[in-house]
Design a protein around this ligand. Structure first.
Ligand code: AMP
Length: 542
């Protein structure tokens, strides 16, 4: 009897290496394209990816990398980065992708905190490395050669390192809960915090995002991950695409909208992932010159990282391009919700359908989400906002080397710091970051809703709404606006434009026009900077 109870299913661990094995065994000739810094189109196959990932794994073992050691990358989306995605974890080491847009102080802190032993760096990024070099201690640095000149002293060639390894890597004894990768948050306050991703979390996340009701990824797809591989695993897309055997197009460093549109067209891309600012620039280029590009029919654009305005869904639809919004964060591997209409919603009015699509959608299978208000109550009315809390098998259980227990509730949920509503259908809508909400006379105003409405105005390129202290109302909203080139609009017109959708008390009390807005390393609005800039604002001036 006891034997029967124990004999269930084979205890096969869920490992990152199994995803590469599948891609390489079943889709060996499928192409992986990398666009080099000089624009050259490099093409190789899943067979090559496996060969070179194994070479990297064997070379790392020979060089003394042991299970649990950290190997860092400072790289754009190129095939060498993909080799590290699979080669490093296959020997039990942890791939630590460094966000090259971070300030050198933060980068140096992160490298030291993670105790990274080796670094793989694109030669076009050596400048970034040199800025932190005096403050960090990599044992070895391998440079990917894109023709930028001689190797700096103390650095080695990545290709020569791979060529050294003539043997196959020896099998590491891996458990699915071992760490395979790590990223640090690029938070706007406090020090970055490290999150370790287990093999199991990455494998389950890859399966879940591939499902038809989620991002619907398959071997029929050609994927263009514009979201960088140095930021939250490029939303896990490279892992999932490899598992599925999709063609991959890695765009390198040139992310100009016209270049991206050329890639979308020429590589017959079917699915691409990027932040709203990338897609808004692409949309602008497409609308300006609609007949220039012949995109694949049914092209899907995945959007996340910050809120996509509803107008973006409508405008892309007119061009035959379907936008799908997802939500997640460094601590959630990162995708936790994705927004697809459920069958009966197709019968809703057009406005209701768009309003629903601009939400963040349903939690992925195995992920639970709840919105908890100040009183500790949860609501599912689509109106009452609360802090979004999540739990599931790819949600972080702790930070690396940091005791920050207050980020988890006593009953084991992760506190995201995002404020959300959940509607009767279970769709999550992110209303704001907790610290970005505006509290006016005891009522909450969503800065995100105002920003999304403002960018729907034809003259507005970008908008940020922040809370500024007010003697009577505690806080009032102030809008900071960047206009499109050659456009002109004044505060009263914008106020009237917003007045069609918002109550008078919700409207910004002042509109300030600037030439650009501050952004974080990953392209999100840097509201902490704006709040500082407008700290001395006097309302009577407006
Ligand atoms: P990061 O850890 O850098 O990926 O940042 C995660 C944060 O980005 C989340 O907590 C949200 O505040 C924000 N975010 C991510 N995706 C979305 C989205 N689709 N809409 C609105 N905010 C988002």
């Amino acid at each position: 009897m006891e034997v029967l109870v124990k004999s269930t299913i084979m205890p096969c661990p869920l490992l990152v290496s199994s995803m590469l094995e599948r891609g390489a065994n079943l889709f060996s000739d499928v192409a992986i394209i990398s666009i080099r810094p000089d624009g050259f189109r490099h093409s190789y196959t899943y067979r090559d990816l496996r060969r070179r990932s194994r070479q990297l794994a064997a070379a790392l073992q020979r060089a003394g990398i042991a299970q649990g050691d950290r190997v860092a990358t400072l790289m754009w989306n190129e095939h060498e980065h993909l080799e590290a995605y699979f080669g490093v974890p296959s020997v039990g080491a942890v791939l630590h992708t460094l966000n090259l847009r971070l300030h050198p102080d933060d980068l140096a802190y992160i490298v030291n905190h993670a105790q990274d032993r080796f670094l793989i760096v694109d030669d076009v990024l050596l400048e970034v490395f040199e800025q932190i070099r005096p403050r960090v201690q990599f044992e070895r640095v391998f440079v990917v050669d894109h023709g930028c000149g001689a190797l700096p002293a103390g650095c080695e060639s990545y290709d020569a390192f791979l060529a050294e390894s003539i043997v196959e890597p020896s099998d590491a004894d891996l458990a699915e809960d071992d760490a395979a990768a790590m990223c640090y948050t690029s938070g706007t306050t406090g020090r970055p915090k490290g999150v370790l991703y287990s093999h199991r979390a990455i494998a389950l996340h890859s399966l879940a995002i591939s499902l038809p009701d989620q991002l619907n990824l398959s071997c029929h797809d050609t994927l263009l991950p514009i979201v960088p591989m140095f930021h939250v695993n490029a939303w896990g897309l490279p892992y999932a695409a490899t598992m599925n055997g999709s063609k991959q197009v890695l765009p390198g460093r040139n992310l100009r909208s016209k270049t991206l549109l050329d890639l979308l067209q020429n590589e017959r891309v079917t699915v691409a992932g990027g932040v709203p600012s990338i897609w808004l620039a692409v949309l602008h280029a497409l609308e300006t010159d609609p007949s220039r590009w012949n995109l694949t029919q049914g092209l899907r654009l995945l959007v996340g990282g910050s809120a996509a305005p509803e107008s973006m869904f409508r405008r892309f639809d007119k061009l035959g391009v379907h936008v799908i919004q997802a939500w997640g964060m460094t601590e959630t591997t990162p995708v936790a919700t994705a927004c697809k209409l459920t069958p009966y919603m197709h019968g809703w009015t057009e406005d209701d359908r768009y309003a629903q699509r601009a939400k963040h959608g349903l939690p992925l299978p195995f992920i639970e989400a709840r919105a908890v208000d100040d009183q500790g109550e949860t609501h599912k009315d689509g109106k009452t906002a609360g802090e979004l809390q999540v739990r599931g098998p790819w949600i972080a259980g702790s930070y690396y080397g940091l005791d920050q227990a207050d980020k988890w509730t006593a009953d084991g949920w992760f506190r995201t710091g995002d404020v959300a509503t959940i509607d009767t259908e279970g769709f999550v809508k992110i209303v704001d970051r907790l610290k970005d909400l505006i509290k006016s006379g005891g009522e909450w105003i969503s800065s995100v809703d105002l920003e999304n409405a403002l960018v729907a105005h034809q003259a507005v390129k970008e908008a940020a709404v922040i809370a500024v202290a007010h003697p009577k109302w505690q806080e009032r909203p102030l809008a900071v606006i960047v206009l499109k080139d050659g456009s002109d609009v004044d505060a009263s017109e914008l106020r009237a434009f917003l007045g069609e959708r918002f109550g008078r008390w919700q409207l910004p009390d002042a509109f300030v026009f600037v030439s650009e807005l501050p952004h974080t390393s990953t392209g999100k609005l840097l509201k902490s900077q704006l709040r500082q800039d407008f700290n001395d604002w006097r309302w009577e001036r407006s």
